[in-house]
Design a protein around this ligand. Structure first.
Ligand code: FAD
Length: 444
């Protein structure tokens, strides 16, 4: 919609990551004029594409699950046929350790939660006692209630639920690192329980793994951009917002370059650290800035290794226990035969290593795990130092709502109060709920 034709100032969205884009699409869908301003030359933020030789890869291998309902609906709405865009497989955890199988678990095609029960009963690599304890925990998932101010660590939760050392090491710890990007001793039990419930307690399809057949840019960023332009939104790339203009308790607009852009509402869909910087001069927002300062950051490193084409993983996603490598993904499912993506989450010895040493270490671990593989030909290391906020114990108490104390100023982003760890789904839900709150506020 043309903002001048509508006779109203646009909603200005600062940041074209998945939260900002979700908010923009939802507002456009409801005929609200939108200007989206992104500092980078491309949309997508922390989930974007980049070039690696003849291929386009992602700044990080992203795991998407069937529980990402808001994200999947949003993609459908902008014209992405999700059934063709993802390879959907029932939850399968295939993990190697000490050069042999450590854990193999695959959810059968049964309704939830029987699929989880079946997966645990048939799992290889767990003792009968391990399985019984895991099943007991699974049955109690809905019953455990952890209040915001009574949060405990995932390790404490697992101990209190009688989880054995083998279960913790083989199943829960790798799952916690992969989903919360936070070690189990620090990670929030409240957030971990939310992830488990959303994946295993509702419908069977929610626990499916969805492997994108295309790079991330072809999921939301590029089709989203087209949708926005077709619906009259203005998308400004390569433009950094340097200030948020407020007066008399209300937001007035934003500063971009040397111009001020007036706005009916401003959505800050920037990372929490940037939002805090942009808002720190406003006394009214001092408590919010204190909360934002409490949200830490955690890194994720992704290594892409290109092997001669016959190389293939036994399972699209394979874990390595007791190694620097945490998960290996086969990229042949997204058109890059012979390429694997190695994901290493959170802080550890890997974060101290330079790119060459890390690549050598990773290549040696893969060579030990897959003895028949030839040497790799090329590699790329992508380090995201601020990949996610840290899902630490008690963090939910500091996660802000979309609405702020400043009238017509809103926040969107994975870090807002949505109960989930830093995920694409959390970012999309935040953007959507922010847009709906703005639409509701205009009806009041
Ligand atoms: C390596 C890696 C692996 C990950 N793995 C997974 C996974 O497996 N599954 C999963 O669900 N999630 C994963 N995530 C997390 C997921 O990518 C994020 O939660 C999500 O992308 C956050 O989106 P967002 O819109 O909240 O923030 P962002 O993507 O950070 O978007 C903020 C945007 O604001 C822009 N911006 C900043 N400052 C300004 C300014 N002053 N003016 C204008 N624009 C500005 C930025 O350029 C950026 O585009 C991973 C993230 C990384 C980095």
């Amino acid at each position: 919609m043309d903002e001048s034709a509508a006779g109203q100032q646009p909603v200005v969205i600062v940041g074209g990551g998945w939260a900002g884009m979700a908010a923009a699409v939802e507002l456009c869908h409801n005929n609200v004029p939108v200007v989206l301003i992104e500092a980078a030359r491309q949309l997508g933020g922390r989930a974007r594409s980049l070039r690696f030789g003849e291929y386009v890869v992602d700044n990080g291998q992203h795991i998407i699950t069937g529980a990402y309902q808001s994200l999947l609906e949003l993609l459908e709405r902008i014209g992405v046929a999700t059934e063709n865009t993802f390879t959907r497989i029932p939850l399968t955890l295939h993990c190697l350790g000490d050069e042999c199988l450590s854990l193999h678990l695959r959810a059968p095609r049964l309704p939830a939660p029987l699929n989880l029960t079946g997966a645990l009963i048939k799992a290889r690599g767990l003792s009968v006692r391990d399985k019984l304890q895991a099943l007991r925990f699974g049955r109690r998932l809905q019953l455990i209630d952890i209040a915001v101010d009574r949060d405990i660590s995932v390790r404490a939760l697992l101990h209190s639920e009688g989880q054995t050392p083998a279960l913790i090491a083989k199943l829960w710890e790798p799952l916690c690192i992969a989903t919360l990007n936070t070690p189990i001793g620090d990670a929030s039990a409240r957030i971990f329980l939310r992830v488990l419930r959303e994946s295993f307690s509702r419908q069977r399809k929610h626990s499916d793994l969805l492997l994108p057949r295309v790079e991330l840019g072809k999921l939301l960023p590029n089709p989203g951009n087209e949708y926005l332009e077709q619906h009259g939104a203005r998308v400004m790339l390569g433009q950094r917002v340097t200030a948020v203009q407020c007066a008399s308790g209300r937001v007035r607009g934003v500063t971009v370059g040397n111009q001020t852009l007036p706005a009916s509402h401003v959505v800050l869909a920037t990372p929490h650290i940037v939002s805090r910087r942009l808002l720190s001069a406003e006394p009214l927002l001092a408590p919010l800035c204190t909360d934002l300062a409490a949200l830490g950051n955690a890194p994720v490193i992704t290594l892409y290794l290109q092997y001669p084409t016959p190389v293939q993983l036994p399972h699209s996603m394979t874990g390595l226990h007791g190694s620097v490598v945490q998960w290996v993904f086969d990229r042949s499912h997204c058109g890059a035969p012979g390429m694997v993506a190695v994901v290493i989450s959170a802080t550890g010895i890997h974060t101290q290593m330079d790119n060459d040493s890390l690549t050598s270490k990773v290549a040696a671990e893969l060579a030990a795990a897959f003895r028949h593989w030839p040497a790799h030909q090329h590699s790329l290391v992508v380090r995201e130092k601020r990949a996610t906020f840290s899902s630490t114990t008690g963090i939910d108490a500091h996660r802000p709502d979309n609405q702020t104390a400043m009238q017509s100023l809103w926040l969107a982003g994975d870090y807002t109060s949505n109960g989930l760890p830093a995920t694409l789904e959390g970012a999309v839900r935040s953007g959507l709920s922010c847009a709906r709150a703005i639409i509701d506020s205009t009806k009041e």
